[in-house]
Design a protein around this ligand. Structure first.
Ligand code: URA
Length: 429
C-alpha cells in the first residue's frame, strides 16, 4: 500500500501550529494502529498536540478515527433505553457499584464497560473482583444476556473497542503526554461512543485527589467531552464533582464493595448516597425515563435485587464472605479540635501503597487492602480518637502508607471546613 502522507509532514504541521486535515488525522491514527507510524513519531506528534492544542474539529475527527479503528457495540435489540456513566476517577469512588443496578431498577439498561485501576485511583473491576467467583471478562453474547436479564452489566471492555486508544494511551503514559485535554477527551469518548450507549453522564472529578485538580481545567475537559458526545448522537451531560476529600468512608477493593452494598441496603455514607442519587437522576432523565424516583428504588430493595442478580449472572456469590486483609494498623488523633481537611491524594496513594492498587499493568492487587476512615472533615475530634484503620496482607507496607499519610488530615482548635461543594458545575450544551 502506498501511504498518502509521511509521518514527518504531519508532525511538522502540528509543530508549526497548523490545523491537521481530516485526511491527515484519519491516516495517522490508522497508520499508527497498523504499525506504519513508529512509536517515536507518534510520541513527537502527541507532544506537539500537548503543546499546541487542537481545534474542536480536530478533536472530533481524532475521536472518530479512534472509534473507526475498532468495532462498535449495538444494543438496539433491548426494550429499554441505554444509559451509562463515566468517572474520570477518584479516591473512594465506588459510585458505579450502586449506580448501575439502581438505574436498571428504574427501567434503564446500563452497559458499563469498565477498567482496572492504575496509580492512586481504584478500578471498578478490581473492586468487583474481590467478590468470590465474580468474572469481569465476558463475551459480547454474555454481556448482552446479563444486560437483558438484569438491566445492568459491569464488565471489562473487550480489545475490539477503540484499539488505537489502547496503543496511544500506553504511549502517552511513558511520554508525559497524558495531561492534554484533547487527548484525554478523545480517549474517553472514543471508548464510550464505541460502547454504543444512547445516553452518557460524565462525572469529571476535580480537587487534589483528581486527575484534573483545577476546577477550570476540569470544566474545559467536561465541556469538550459533552460536545464530542452530542455531536456523535449520544445525549451527554457532565457534572464536575469534588475530589478534594475521599468519597465515603472506605478506600480499597473489598472495603468499597461492602460500603456499596450498605448503600444498596438503604444505608451508607451521606456523600456516597447523595452522589449516587444525583447521577442516577441525570442518567434516567438523559435516557428519557419519566416517573421513576431512584430514592424509592434504593429504599424498597429493588436496586439491591438487581445487584444480586447481576453479581450472580457473572459467577459471583452475593452472599459470599468478602475478604479482609491479614494485618491491620490503627491511626489515632494526637490532638483535639475540628477536622477541617483531609487530603484525598495522600489517602489514595496510601491505599495504593498498602496493596489496593497497581503500579504496572497486569500486576495483582490485594482484595482486602485499603483504608477505613473513622472521621471526616467537619467532625469534632478528641485526642486518642481512632481516625483511620489501614489494612494489608503485607505488614512491611505500613511504613510507606504511614509516611504519605503524615499531614493528610488537618485538625484545628476552631475553624471552617474548607472544601469544594459536592457538585461544582453541571454542563449541558
Ligand atoms: N482515562 C482514559 O480513558 N483516557 C485518558 O486519556 C485519561 C483517563
Amino acid at each position: 500500500m502506498i501511504e498518502p502522507f509521511a509521518a514527518v509532514e504531519v508532525i511538522a504541521a502540528k509543530r508549526d501550529r497548523n490545523e491537521l486535515s481530516d485526511a491527515q488525522i484519519d491516516w495517522v491514527i490508522s497508520a499508527y494502529t497498523r504499525g506504519v507510524v513508529a512509536d517515536e513519531q507518534m510520541s513527537a506528534l502527541l507532544m506537539a498536540i500537548l503543546l499546541n492544542g487542537m481545534t474542536s474539529r480536530e478533536i472530533s475527527r481524532w475521536t472518530q478515527a479512534m472509534i473507526d479503528s475498532g468495532s462498535r457495540l449495538e444494543w438496539s435489540g433491548l426494550n429499554r433505553p441505554t444509559a451509562d456513566k463515566h468517572s474520570t476517577g477518584g479516591v473512594g469512588d465506588k459510585i458505579t457499584l450502586p449506580l448501575a443496578p439502581l438505574v436498571a431498577a428504574c427501567g434503564g439498561a446500563v452497559p458499563q464497560l469498565s477498567g482496572r485501576g492504575l496509580g492512586h485511583t481504584g478500578g471498578t473491576l478490581d473492586k468487583l473482583e474481590s467478590i468470590p467467583g465474580w468474572r469481569a471478562e465476558l463475551t459480547n453474547e454474555e454481556m448482552l444476556k446479563v444486560l437483558r436479564d438484569c438491566g445492568a452489566v459491569i464488565c471489562a471492555a473487550g480489545s475490539g473497542l477503540a484499539p488505537a486508544d489502547k496503543k496511544l494511551y500506553a504511549l502517552r503514559d511513558v511520554t508525559a503526554t497524558v495531561e492534554a485535554i484533547p487527548l484525554i477527551a478523545s480517549s474517553i469518548m472514543s471508548k464510550k461512543i464505541a460502547e454504543g450507549t444512547a445516553a452518557l453522564i460524565l462525572d469529571v472529578k476535580t480537587g487534589n485527589g483528581a486527575f484534573m485538580r483545577d476546577p477550570k481545567e476540569a470544566s474545559i475537559l467536561a465541556r469538550t467531552m459533552v460536545e464530542l458526545g452530542e455531536s456523535a448522537g449520544v445525549t451527554t451531560r457532565a457534572l464536575v464533582t469534588a475530589m478534594d476529600v475521599p468519597l465515603g468512608l472506605t478506600v480499597g477493593n473489598a472495603l468499597e464493595v461492602r460500603e456499596s452494598v450498605e448503600v444498596l441496603a438503604g444505608g451508607g455514607p451521606a456523600d456516597v448516597v447523595e452522589l449516587t442519587l444525583i447521577l442516577a437522576r441525570e442518567m434516567i432523565s438523559a435516557a428519557g425515563i419519566v416517573g421513576k424516583d431512584p430514592e424509592v428504588a434504593l429504599k424498597d430493595g429493588s436496586a439491591m435485587d438487581v445487584w444480586r442478580r447481576m453479581i450472580k449472572a457473572q459467577g459471583g456469590d452475593p452472599d459470599g464472605e468478602l475478604p479482609w486483609a491479614k494485618e491491620r494498623h490503627q491511626i489515632f488523633a494526637t490532638t483535639s479540635g475540628r477536622m477541617v481537611g483531609m487530603n484525598a491524594m495522600k489517602v489514595g496513594v496510601a491505599a495504593w501503597r498498602l496493596g489496593a492498587g497497581r503500579s504496572r499493568q497486569g500486576e495483582k492487587v490485594q482484595a482486602g487492602a485499603g483504608i477505613e476512615l473513622h472521621a471526616k472533615p467537619g467532625h469534632e475530634i478528641t485526642t486518642g480518637q481512632l481516625l483511620m484503620s489501614l489494612h494489608t496482607d503485607e505488614p512491611e507496607r505500613f511504613a510507606g502508607a504511614l509516611e504519605i499519610l503524615d499531614g493528610s488530615v488537618t485538625i484545628v482548635p476552631d475553624g471552617e471546613v474548607k472544601r469544594l461543594p459536592l457538585i461544582v458545575e453541571r454542563i449541558q450544551v
